[in-house]
Every structure is written in C-alpha cells, then in structure tokens.
Write a protein that binds this ligand. Structure first.
Ligand SMILES: [Zn+2]
Ligand SMILES: [Zn+2]
Ligand SMILES: [Zn+2]
Length: 120
C-alpha cells in the first residue's frame, strides 16, 4: 500500500499575516456578490491546454471560473480578475476555504463573521 502523504496546510491566521501583514480581518463590501461557493474542478483548464502545471487553484465566487493562483507561472485567476472585474476568489486546494478580495486586498476567513454561512 502506498503511504498517504498528508500535505501541511498553513492556518488561516498565518496566511492572513503573510498576505496582508495584518492580524485583523479587513472589511469586504463585495461578499453579497457571491454566486458560487464550491466546484468539482481539480485542475486549471487553461494550464492543462498549455501543458503547464500550477501550485494552487482558485475559484471565482462570482462566475465559477477556475484558475491557478498568483504564485503560478500563468496566473490565470489574476488574468480573469483583471479581465472581468470579479473581485472575489477562494482557495480550492484540499482543506482550504478562505476567500481573497482583490478589490479590498482582504483575506476573509472561511468562518468569518462577515459571511452569512461558513465556506467549506
Ligand atoms: Zn471586497
Ligand atoms: Zn493556469
Ligand atoms: Zn469570474
């Protein structure tokens, strides 16, 4: 039996500090725009077409577009945000459900009080 590798996930408070250098969650005025919360997608379709890989995946919470993160070679989610103005994305890496608002530069925790219900 192959050994199951458990990938380490940073806690949300650490990611918020890493991304924003702030401990406290910023206000986001776009959360009412959320239309999509989950997806079955497990790949960045545009990277697959190009034959490239990516470290992490994001989901657009406005239209359901799936693309690779800002730390990837192709930055497909960033391109989507710039092309559409859709401000909210979440991580869809296994075990992650935090939200990033590009308009507010805000890191919204998956169980934030700003959300009407937790993200999963
Ligand atoms: Zn916002
Ligand atoms: Zn990509
Ligand atoms: Zn979108």
């Amino acid at each position: 039996m192959p050994q199951k590798v458990k990938k380490f996930r940073f806690p949300e408070w650490y990611l918020r500090w890493d991304f924003t250098r702030q401990w406290r969650e910023k206000k986001c005025s776009h959360l009412h725009l959320i239309q999509v919360r989950e997806t079955d997608a497990t790949v960045c379709p545009e990277c697959v077409k190009l034959g490239d890989s990516w470290p992490s995946l994001r989901l657009c919470l406005i239209c359901g577009y799936v693309g690779c993160c800002d730390g990837s070679k192709n930055k497909h989610m960033k391109k989507h945000v710039e092309a559409t103005g859709h401000p909210l994305v979440r991580s869809i890496d296994p075990g992650e459900a935090w939200i990033w608002c590009y308009a507010d530069d805000a890191f919204i925790g998956s169980r934030s009080k700003q959300l009407d219900k937790p993200m999963r």
